[in-house]
Ligand binder design. Structure first.
Ligand SMILES: [Zn+2]
Length: 170
């Protein structure tokens, strides 16, 4: 059941990222969370544009201009923006780590396609496994060991007790 929920969540993330991917070539989207902590302004953001997803966080001394809370920003992408310098950055693989006296920032960027592939793995395995296994065939829910003809009531492979619902139904 946990596996089913995880697969559904993963599938939703996959579809959402795919939609964002298509959108990212015309729109810049950003969700930003500002938190005030010990005279420090911390920002966490997720941004999407030009085929890349950026996770970014920075912290600065608290200023009057700081806006706490969550905000969503969307705007047309800047087509005049400078081409990234490196091969990897041009393909949306990037990382930054700034340690200045006035700001500490960390960021990582990955392409949408990578997120789509990674989040598709769990749902794909789920579909493949349920398609491969004929319904009614007894298999251990923990280790997938074939339990056909088992009489001991526990899985011989991993020791998981076998629910005896088929006998109750018969
Ligand atoms: Zn087992």
């Amino acid at each position: 059941m946990k596996y089913t929920i995880a697969s559904v969540i993963s599938l939703l993330l996959c579809v959402a990222t795919a939609v964002l991917w298509v959108r990212s070539y015309t729109r810049y989207d950003e969700v930003r969370l500002g938190v005030e902590r010990n005279e420090t302004a911390e920002v966490f953001l997720i941004a999407s544009d030009n085929g890349g997803v950026l996770l970014f966080t920075d912290s600065k001394p608290l200023a009057d201009t700081f806006k706490p809370g969550m905000t969503w920003t969307t705007r047309p992408i800047n087509r005049a923006a400078k081409m990234p310098a490196t091969f990897w950055a041009r393909h949306n693989f990037d990382a930054l780590n700034w340690n200045y006296t006035w700001m500490i920032a960390r960021g990582v960027e990955v392409p949408h396609w990578l997120v789509v592939i990674l989040t598709a793995v769990l749902p794909a395995v789920f579909v493949w496994r349920s398609w491969r296994r004929p319904s009614g065939q007894a298999r251990c829910s923990t280790c997938d060991y074939n339990l056909t003809g088992n009489t001991s009531g526990v899985c011989p492979e991993c020791g998981t007790p076998i629910p005896q619902k088929s006998e109750a139904a018969a």
